[in-house]
Each structure stands twice: as structure tokens, then as C-alpha cells.
Design a protein around this ligand. Structure first.
Ligand SMILES: [Fe+2]
Ligand SMILES: [Fe+2]
Length: 155
């Protein structure tokens, strides 16, 4: 599935994430959000190099805020275009937020390095998997719609 990115290692370099064009949805405003999320995720990875759990916690909260706002935006886009996978996709977003909250709840207040790395690894997997498996379908839906509109038209 996602073989071009390693999710095996737990050091900061292996956890690094760079934007790959093939992850894009083709929807400009969504890609701007995704780029911002990847940059925010990178700040989370950078915070692993510092020894303070509070730096990590702050970076994590920033990423989650961006993610929540992005989900609202993306769901609005899906409704606007009449996307046929809307309900399933929205459920994925809700599940992601719940899972992240559960994960943090299970860690408690300590946020030891091992736990910070585990949470980062999980978020990397989730971001890549979600963009590749779900967000990509939004762009494909728009392309299908555009093809249907233009094929067999006048002129
Ligand atoms: Fe999404
Ligand atoms: Fe997205």
C-alpha cells in the first residue's frame, strides 16, 4: 500500500515526511491544507529532538487543530461537489479524531519519549494512509464528473 515511506523506524529522521505529488487530491484548496498539515507534522517530528514533553504536546495540539479545521473544510468541499463517498469519508475523519484522543488518553500526562515516538509514528501512518486511500478519491470524483460533462458535448 504505502511502500515508499517507512513506518518501521522510530527515530526522527525515519519519521520525517515530505509531500509527494501523488498524494494530492488535485483540489487546490485541499492540497494547501494538506501541505500545511505535513509542515505541522514535521514540526512535531522536530520536537522529538528536544527533550521537553511540553514542546511535543504543543506541536501535537497544533497539528490536531489544523486537522480538525481541515476536516470541516474538506467535508464542505465534498458536500459542495455532491461527492458520493461523503458519509464514509466523514466517518473516517471522526474515527481518526476519536482514535487520536484515545491514544493520548492512554498515554496519560507523562508523554515519555517512547510514547511520543509511538504517537508520531501512528500519525504519520494515518496521514499518509488517509490521503492516499480516501482524499485521493475526491479528486478522482471531480475528474470523472468533468469527463462526463465534456464527453459527447456540443462543438
Ligand atoms: Fe479526508
Ligand atoms: Fe484531507
Amino acid at each position: 500500500m504505502i511502500d515508499k515511506f517507512s513506518t518501521q523506524d522510530t527515530n526522527a529522521i525515519a519519521l520525517g515526511l515530505t509531500w509527494a505529488a501523488e498524494l494530492g487530491t488535485g483540489v487546490v484548496s485541499l492540497e494547501a491544507d494538506h501541505l500545511e498539515m505535513v509542515a505541522s507534522y514535521q514540526r512535531l517530528v522536530t520536537s522529538l529532538d528536544r527533550d521537553h514533553a511540553s514542546d511535543f504536546r504543543q506541536a501535537y495540539e497544533e497539528l490536531m487543530d489544523l486537522t480538525r479545521r481541515h476536516f470541516v473544510h474538506e467535508e464542505q468541499v465534498m458536500r459542495n461537489i455532491g461527492f458520493d463517498g461523503y458519509a464514509e469519508h466523514k466517518a473516517e475523519h471522526q474515527k481518526a479524531l476519536r482514535d487520536a484522543e484515545d491514544f493520548v488518553w492512554s498515554i496519560g500526562t507523562h508523554f515519555r519519549m517512547k510514547e511520543r515516538q509511538a504517537l508520531t509514528k501512528y500519525l504519520k501512518y494515518w496521514l499518509l494512509n488517509h490521503m492516499e486511500e480516501h482524499d485521493r478519491k475526491i479528486g478522482e470524483f471531480i475528474d470523472r464528473d468533468t469527463d462526463a460533462d465534456t464527453s459527447g458535448g456540443a462543438d
